[in-house]
Design a protein around this ligand. Structure first.
Ligand code: PLP
Length: 293
């Protein structure tokens, strides 16, 4: 039977000095209603979230995820989350699925209209089985994101660097990719630069150098990309943040989509043209990403 778990959190002020937050958590019945009909997360997608990979009960890269939750909250003018409260909630949730691969989700919503505080909760559930796609890779199509490289800095109200709950566009891009006979998408700016996938960061290899799009382009700074970079640097490779054109992707020596739950998957084709891949390095990256971090 699939184990699922949900914990409602009463968010405390970021300056709260208590050590133990367990009395701010309430375990919920996952099959029972838990949110008010006035919730802005459900009405407007107005909130931020994180998805953390859990392997055999160990939650990976918790610090990077709670820091990014705080970063997203800042961009969205949400009250600053108390990081230690969230770390403790993650630990409680991860411990509930001690075997296999799981996902812990952190959700911080603007709350209810005229309500006293944001609404916050974490869930834990088993992850889909991604072993085949980690072995076989994905074919991607490039899809227009509708704005240029400078939009993130020019128009902060677009919330481009925040991991908001408004993922309808990201999901629509995945459906469009499938309609075009591919498995995944890579977003492209109006001025021809590749950004990220709807649910993953892009890393491109050119010789012994690995390049990813700089977060200043208005994309998420991926926690998995950060870990992969640390690993590659420890292996003596050079890593870089830069701008990458569509032809940089199409002519790369290899490329990957990386994310917390699916981990590293090789890109095997771009817009129908085959791309070289490196199955040994992909397997090595996934061995590293599956280890406790
Ligand atoms: N970019 C987007 C748009 C995402 O949704 C995600 C993850 O869901 C990522 C990048 C990769 O982030 P992470 O490695 O932290 O999972």
């Amino acid at each position: 039977m699939a184990q699922r778990f949900a914990l409602m959190i009463t968010p405390v002020d970021a300056a709260d000095t208590r050590k133990d937050f367990s009395d701010t958590f309430v375990e919920m019945d996952v099959s029972a209603p838990a949110l008010s009909v006035g919730e802005f997360s459900t009405q407007r997608g107005d909130g931020v979230f994180e998805s953390i990979g859990v392997i055999d009960g160990h939650a990976n890269e918790v610090e990077a995820h709670v820091q990014r939750l705080a970063h997203s909250a800042r961009i969205c003018d949400l009250p600053a989350p108390h990081l230690e409260q969230w770390r403790q909630a993650v630990a409680v949730a991860a411990a509930r699925i001690p075997q296999g691969e799981a996902v812990v989700k952190l959700i911080l919503s603007r709350g209810v209209e005229h309500g006293p505080a944001p609404t916050a909760w974490v869930t834990a559930s088993p992850a889909p089985d991604f072993s085949a796609v980690r072995r076989e890779g994905v074919r991607v199509v490039t899809l227009d994101r509708g704005y240029d490289l400078g939009a993130g800095e020019r128009a902060p109200w677009l919330l481009l660097g925040a991991k908001t709950l408004s993922y309808a566009v990201n999901m629509a891009a995945l459906r469009e990719a499938r309609r075009r006979g591919a498995d995944d998408a890579v977003f492209v700016t109006r001025d021809g630069f590749v950004l990220e996938a709807p649910t993953a960061s892009l890393i491109v290899r050119r010789g012994d150098e690995f390049i990813t799009t700089a977060p200043s382009a208005g994309i998420l700074h991926g926690t998995t990309q950060l870990s992969v970079y640390e690993y590659l640097e420890s292996r003596g490779f050079r890593t870089e943040y830069a701008t990458l054109s569509v032809s940089d992707l199409a002519t790369a020596d290899a490329a990957w989509l990386v994310s917390s739950i699916r981990l590293a998957v090789a890109i095997t084709a771009v817009d129908g043209a085959l791309l070289a891949s490196d199955p040994a390095l992909t397997a090595e990256l996934n061995t590293f990403l599956r280890s406790p971090r």
